[in-house]
Design a binder for this molecule. Structure first.
Ligand code: SF4
Length: 353
């Protein structure tokens, strides 16, 4: 491992960063609230996709107070398409905590920022450094990849020991006095040069020092031992329609998409025969209707693979009030927050945009 890079990394990184033009609306902000919102959106979303969401959410909720006092459904409906809705729920919850416990003023210590729901070490370091200049380095997947390659780390980074090694190396190259600039620069470096699949080594200012480049192991870094296992789930959504209205219900259970709306749903078998499902529908809704599949969709989440079928139920339920759900006029459906599968279905099948 080259020791020289410890001393030259930060100045080289910062002077490289001066040549980079990656304008994003949350860069150079110093309002901790706006930085927080951007970092929460960016937790699972690419920067380009995040831009319109960041702009519309912060226009509607320009400060902690406006967010804390709004109904959660307003935020959830604006979050549609971003996925990982727990981020929105945590954001809303934390806004209320800031109002109650910090008199509406965004906390300015690392520990208080870290205590906010939905904020992990990475996000606390990003908010703390960008908003208050706190000397904490960001360590996310991008930084882990860069460090693994620079120092050709051959230990799996998804083990305690491997991650401890990465953290130690980050501490060695981190320049705490320029925390905000350093963190922004290393993020941009990971997003534009040291890319996961096609790193631009021939444009890289660290090519001479990069150990993985010299050993020909760039694409084998970082090493991971755990393979992601996704749980397969089958969702059968039922389309009940009556005089231009659709029956929907709110997902209340502690599960994915909690707080969003959906068509009435039966989870279970991958029904290949509608007869089997018809029986379940009869049991659940006390009706005997013909059903037919009209739409299928597969959605991959980090730990789950969701196979959805939307079944059209020929007869609408006779007594409206016997269901817990609510009947909504088709053109009003866009006022509610739905999982991506159903938003796509409404757009493709019901032409609601
Ligand atoms: S030389 Fe290639 S692998 Fe090494 S830090 Fe630069 S871009 Fe990443």
């Amino acid at each position: 491992m080259s020791k020289g890079i410890f001393f030259s990394f930060s100045p080289t990184l910062l002077s490289w960063h001066k040549t980079v033009d990656r304008p994003l609306p949350w860069k150079s902000l110093n309002d901790p609230y706006l930085i927080w919102v951007s970092e929460i959106i960016l937790q699972q979303t690419r920067a380009q996709q995040a831009i319109p969401y960041f702009l519309k959410i912060t226009e509607r909720f320009p400060d902690v107070k406006s967010l804390a006092s709004a109904p959660i459904d307003d935020l959830l409906s604006m979050w549609q398409g971003l996925g990982y809705y727990s981020r929105a729920r945590n954001l809303h919850h934390s806004a209320m905590v800031i109002m109650e416990q910090h008199a509406g003023i965004f906390p300015n210590t690392y520990d208080d920022i870290l205590a906010l729901k939905g904020v992990g070490k990475y996000t606390a370091a990003a908010i703390g450094s960008f908003a208050f200049g706190l000397p904490y380095p960001v360590v996310d997947g991008n930084v882990i990849r860069i460090i693994s390659r620079l120092f050709d780390v051959d230990e799996p980074v998804d083990t305690k020991e491997g991650l401890a090694k990465i953290n130690h190396l980050v501490e060695e190259i981190f320049e705490g006095k320029k925390a905000a600039k350093f963190n922004q620069a290393i993020m941009d470096f990971g997003a534009t040069v040291c890319l996961p699949k096609n790193p631009k080594c021939n444009e890289c200012p660290f090519e001479e020092n990069c150990q993985a480049f010299h050993h020909g192991s760039v694409l084998q870094r970082p090493i991971k031992i755990k393979k992601l296992k996704r749980k397969k789930r089958n969702f059968n959504f039922l389309l009940f329609e009556n005089r231009g209205e659709i029956l929907i219900e709110k997902r209340m259970t502690k599960d994915i998409w909690q707080g969003l709306y959906q068509l009435p749903m039966i989870e279970g078998e991958a029904y290949t025969k509608s007869k089997m499902l018809s029986k379940e529908i009869q049991n659940k809704f006390a009706i005997s209707s013909e059903i037919k599949p009209i739409y299928t969709h597969k959605q991959l989440l980090t730990h789950q693979e969701i196979h959805s079928i939307i079944w059209q139920v020929s007869d609408p339920p006779k007594a409206k009030n016997q269901f817990e759900g609510i009947w909504v006029a088709k053109k009003k459906l866009k006022d509610y927050g739905f999982p991506k599968t159903l938003t796509l279905f409404f757009e493709d099948y019901l032409y609601i945009r």
